[in-house]
Design a protein around this ligand. Structure first.
Ligand SMILES: NC(=O)c1ccc[n+]([C@@H]2O[C@H](COP(=O)([O-])OP(=O)(O)OC[C@H]3O[C@@H](n4cnc5c(N)ncnc54)[C@H](O)[C@@H]3O)[C@@H](O)[C@H]2O)c1
Length: 272
């Protein structure tokens, strides 16, 4: 029997990348898993470079993968920056799956720009998705989580532990996720609800395809920039995978005495 048998989870940004990896890991451990994502993001001020991201269409495919593991699933169209959509996302999960034990706030955007030229729209989008989105989802989920003494897992980053030049807005958003999660853990401890953050290192998702393109040296290809980053930054010498992050999510969802932590899964890049 899996560690999460009978549990119900919701993963925001669950269509692909890290969110999909977490959703599949939770399902393999026995949980039923709802996925929330969007097809369009306002403005091009993020890694996709355009508004159309096909997240909901992909979430429907991921839901089919979860069902093929013998678990229940559903894809929900919800922009995490929209309070009403987030409230419906929680209500739909409750109505379809019958409660909520595990909320994973994973939806996120990234972009590169030095502070001197960073435009306000990029700041607002980054903080909107990465911080307000986490706040709104946690706030809306707390009543259901209290009922089942559930747990929250927020996806921060190693950029929430240390500054990265050209990414001050992204770092600000991820430091905020770590601080928010720490405080929330203390706030909800009396109700038996736990809150932890995961700080992933470097994964070759759509996000890092964009970042490799941004950091490539003159004459270097995206592939070469990626390999240079992995070699120069990761002591254990290999990039992280969605399965690596999923394994920690399963652990945290089932660890009754762990709360308020922000745990790195990064092959030794950050040691605090
Ligand atoms: N890839 C990495 O190396 C890395 C490292 C550290 C942290 N992270 C974090 O992990 C999380 C997932 O990143 P990823 O690498 O899988 O990226 P990704 O771009 O592959 O996936 C992000 C998902 O979030 C969804 N999303 C974006 N804005 C949304 C919104 N407003 N509402 C709902 N869904 C939305 C996207 O449609 C997409 O499905 C992010 O929070 C990211 O900051 C990634």
């Amino acid at each position: 029997m899996g560690a999460l048998e009978g549990k119900i989870a919701l993963v925001t940004g669950g269509a692909r990348g890290i969110g999909r990896g977490i959703a599949l890991a939770l399902a393999r451990a026995g949980a039923d898993v709802a996925l929330a994502d969007v097809d369009r993001i306002p403005g091009g001020a993020q890694q996709y470079g355009e508004e159309s991201v096909s997240g909901f269409a992909r979430a429907k495919e991921t839901a089919v993968e979860i069902e093929s593991l013998g678990r229940r699933s559903l894809a929900i169209a919800a922009d995490v920056t929209d309070k009403a959509a987030v409230a419906s996302m929680i209500a739909e999960t409750d109505a379809a799956l019958g409660g909520l034990d595990i909320l994973v706030c994973n939806a996120g955007v990234v972009s590169v720009a030095p502070v001197e030229t960073l435009d306000e729209a990029t700041w607002d989008l980054t903080l909107g998705v990465n911080v307000k989105g986490v706040f709104l989802a946690c706030q809306a989920a707390i009543p259901l989580l209290r009922e089942r003494r559930g747990s929250i897992i927020n996806i921060a980053s190693i950029a929430g532990k240390n500054g990265v030049p050209g990414m001050a807005h992204y770092c600000a958003s991820k430091f905020a996720v770590v601080g928010f999660t720490n405080a929330l853990a203390r706030e909800l401890a009396g109700a038996g609800v736990r809150a932890n953050a995961i700080c992933p290192g470097i994964l070759r998702t759509q996000m890092w395809d964009y970042l490799s393109d941004q950091v490539k040296a003159p004459g270097e290809s995206v592939e070469q920039a990626w390999e240079r980053t992995v070699k120069s930054m990761i002591p254990l010498g290999r990039p992280q995978t969605p399965d690596d992050i999923g394994a920690l999510a399963v652990y945290l969802a089932a660890a009754p005495n762990v709360t308020g932590q922000a745990i790195n899964v990064d092959g030794g890049i950050e040691l605090h």
